[in-house]
Structure formats: structure tokens, C-alpha cells
Ligand binder design. Structure first.
Ligand code: C5P
Length: 399
């Protein structure tokens, strides 16, 4: 019960996902937390204060100017009571209010009045999530150490498909229960590759793969949270550039190799999470290939294996690889561990379309020369935290 005796103030704002709030309270209390709930006015349209009162065991606050509530536990007292403040669901409107420091209702006032860490579980339409204003607000909040939990990707209440679904209550409870990152990697330099690479065929075409970069970006964040100095060498992805991480954007495998090699000298840990294209076109052409013939033959040559080159340096960093497999997971992963001379390999089954490539979730089995550990299906942020802790353990043990 990792949240034992932790006081969690749950702020519920007015999105359709608010109907999950009672379940979220139950999942948090099951982990030992004391939960008090604050609703915004619009949240009361989606979820009943009475059901939240029943599951939390405390009266639910909504109004800043409610004399009775203020007499019971005033808003400043409530702000001081909280060890963690979780806003789930957090609407685009509430995120905007938080960014600008408004205090025109109880929840926004509490956010200003508390010194507890704030966690946001956004829930909104995918277009609203992608809106420049929302993204700019989130970037500002990240600088203030507000922690973002999610959102997940998928089908939305409005019928759209994309990012903006609130993480499930169990995932939120698990993420909150993960110990806040001790600075275990302070002073360590980590380089991580992420995303796909794009190999140009002609000025308008390329070959690539389905990697979204989410796992690599989550690992970079997890490493930064543990105090590491992080360099993220990223192929083309559609993800916001993380704060306080040195991001080097590349396109092709050769560019990725060059960027990695420039940064690897004083690096302690290297994690190859990118889905590097194994081959590139032998002869890039300067002009667009015309469709004159019925058949087109392209010759491909092998790309450099970045991970292998790093692991085979005369003084290699602690080197971690990934193995995306559709069968014989253990056998293939162990083969790669030995062949590439890695310290650790994280294998995942990409034949399961619910996890892995382009999905919000993943599951990994991690192998090292004398052991293995299964990390069950979870949101990539949570999985990244678990994997970074494991990397830190193994790295420290062999130092
Ligand atoms: O051999 P395979 O491509 O399956 O190995 C996967 C691992 O190797 C991943 O960690 C990936 O980032 C890395 N890799 C690489 N350069 C390549 C191919 C794979 O760094 N050209």
C-alpha cells in the first residue's frame, strides 16, 4: 500500500471522464490513501457529489464561499492537508486557469494555496489537446514541475480518435503510488535514442516504420526525473519537445549514429530505444522517380547498428537495447544481448497490437546476463519509470 497515510486531494473538473472519479477514489483508498474530493461547478453536472462523499468518506467541497464547508475545513487548511493534489479529469479550461494562476473557484484557489505536488490527468477532445494554446500551457506547467499523467490515446466520447482520454483509475493510482523519484541518477549522463528513422528514397519519398517515439520519450523523462543529465536523439515524431532535456532531432539512421557518437564520450548509460531502419536505399536520387516502368527495383544496403557500435566502444557506457519481436521473445532477446554485447535488453511482443508500436501501453520482459524481470502491461510512462529504476540498479551494481 504505497499510498498509506498519504493525503490526496482529488480535484474533479467538468469532463465526461468525471464519471470515473468514484472508481478513482476507490483505487486510491485501496492503496491506503486518505482522499478528499473537490469538484468544480461543471464537474457536478457529470458526477454526483453524494457518490463521491460515499466512497471517500468525507463531505465533498465545491464552493469557495460555502460558510459551512469553510467552518469544517477551510480552503487554506485543505490546501495544507494535501500531500498530493491530483486533478482528474483535468479539462483544457482548467489547465488554462492553472497556467495563468486564476483563483476564481475553490479548486483553482487550492492549486495556488498548496505547496503539495500537482498531478494532472488531462481529458479532452484530441483537437483541443493538440491546440497550440493547450500545448503552450502544458509546456509552462512542466517548467513549474506539474506532473502530467497521460492522456491516453483512443476513441473519444465525441467519436474522434486520438490523444485526450483520461488514463484509467487503476493506472492513475499506480502512477501516484510510484515513489517520487529520488535523485538516484544525479551526476550521470544518459543518451537515449527514440522514434523511427526515415530513409530517403528520392526528394519526396522515404521508408520508415510505425514507431511513435513514446517509449523513448517516456524513458528520457523518467531518467530526468531521477536526476540524470539526458540527451535524447530523436527521429521524426509527433510528440512535444520535453523540457530540460537536450533533444537532438535527426532523420536518418546515419544522422542518428553521428549524433550519438558526438555525445557518447562522457556518457554513463546508453539506451537504444529507437526503431532504426535496418536498411537504406543504396543510391539516393536527386530528382523524383517517375512512374515510367511497371516495376521499380530499389537496392538497399544495411544501416549501421548504432547500439552495437556503442556497446563495442573501447570504454562502452552501460548499454541497454530493445528487442521488438513477434515470436520466440526470450531466445531472440538473449541472442541480441550476447551478440551485441549489451548489459541489458528490454523485449516486447509487437504481435500484440494493443501494446507496443504506436500504443499508449506496453509490456516488457527485461533480460541481463544473470537475470530477468517481467514488467506487466502498463502505461508507457509507468513502465518507463520501472525500467529506469531497474537500469539504475543494474548500473550501480556493476559500477
Ligand atoms: O537487431 P535489432 O534491430 O532487433 O535490435 C534492436 C535494438 O538495436 C534496439 O535497441 C535498436 O534501438 C537498436 N538498433 C540500432 N541500430 C540499428 C538497428 C537497431 O541501434 N541499425
Amino acid at each position: 500500500m504505497h499510498l498509506k497515510d498519504t493525503n490526496i486531494l482529488l480535484g474533479v473538473t467538468g469532463g465526461i471522464a468525471a464519471y470515473k472519479a468514484p472508481d478513482l477514489v476507490r483505487k486510491l483508498t485501496a492503496k491506503g490513501a486518505n482522499v478528499r474530493v473537490v469538484l468544480t461547478d461543471s464537474a457536478t453536472e457529470f458526477v454526483s457529489p453524494l457518490s463521491l462523499q460515499a466512497v471517500s468518506g468525507h463531505s465533498v467541497s465545491n464552493d469557495l464561499l460555502d460558510k459551512d464547508a469553510e467552518a469544517a475545513m477551510g480552503h487554506i487548511e485543505l490546501a495544507k492537508w494535501a500531500d498530493k493534489l491530483l486533478i482528474a479529469p483535468a479539462t483544457a479550461n482548467f489547465i488554462a486557469k492553472l497556467t495563468h494562476g486564476l483563483a476564481d473557484d475553490l479548486l483553482s484557489t487550492l492549486c495556488l494555496a498548496t505547496d503539495a505536488p500537482i498531478y494532472l490527468a488531462p481529458a479532452m477532445n484530441q483537437q483541443m489537446w493538440h491546440a497550440k494554446a493547450t500545448q503552450a500551457n502544458l509546456a509552462t506547467l512542466a517548467k513549474r514541475d506539474v506532473t502530467l499523467l497521460g492522456p491516453a490515446q483512443g476513441e473519444q466520447a465525441c467519436g474522434d480518435v486520438g490523444p485526450g482520454r483520461m488514463l484509467e483509475p487503476q493506472e492513475l493510482a499506480d502512477l501516484l503510488a510510484t515513489p517520487s523519484s529520488p535523485q538516484l541518477l544525479k551526476g550521470e549522463k544518459i543518451t537515449i535514442t527514440a522514434g523511427p528513422t526515415r530513409e530517403e528514397i528520392d526528394p519526396v519519398r522515404y521508408i520508415s516504420n510505425h514507431s511513435s517515439g513514446k517509449m523513448g520519450y517516456a524513458l528520457a523523462q523518467a531518467a530526468k526525473d531521477l536526476g540524470a543529465e539526458v540527451t535524447l536523439v530523436s527521429g521524426p515524431v509527433n510528440l512535444p519537445t520535453p523540457e530540460n532535456i537536450n533533444v537532438i532531432k535527426v532523420t536518418s539512421a546515419e544522422q542518428m549514429l553521428n549524433a550519438v557518437m558526438k555525445n557518447i564520450q562522457d556518457c554513463n548509460i546508453f539506451i537504444g530505444c529507437a526503431a532504426v531502419a535496418d536498411y537504406r536505399v543504396q543510391q539516393k536520387v536527386d530528382q523524383k522517380i517517375k512512374k515510367s516502368d511497371d516495376e521499380l527495383t530499389l537496392t538497399f544496403v544495411k544501416n549501421p547498428d548504432i547500439l552495437k557500435e556503442v556497446a563495442n566502444l573501447s570504454v562502452p557506457p552501460f548499454t541497454v537495447g530493445f528487442a521488438a519481436e513477434t515470436q520466440n521473445l526470450k531466445e531472440y532477446a538473449l541472442g541480441k544481448l550476447q551478440r551485441k554485447k549489451l548489459n541489458m535488453i528490454a523485449a516486447n511482443d509487437v504481435s500484440d497490437t494493443k501494446i507496443g508500436f504506436n500504443s499508449e501501453q506496453n509490456a516488457l520482459t527485461v533480460f541481463w546476463p544473470k537475470g530477468e524481470l517481467k514488467l506487466e502491461v502498463a502505461d508507457k510512462q509507468l513502465l518507463a519509470k520501472q525500467l529506469m529504476l531497474l537500469v539504475e540498479q543494474r548500473y550501480t551494481e556493476q559500477k
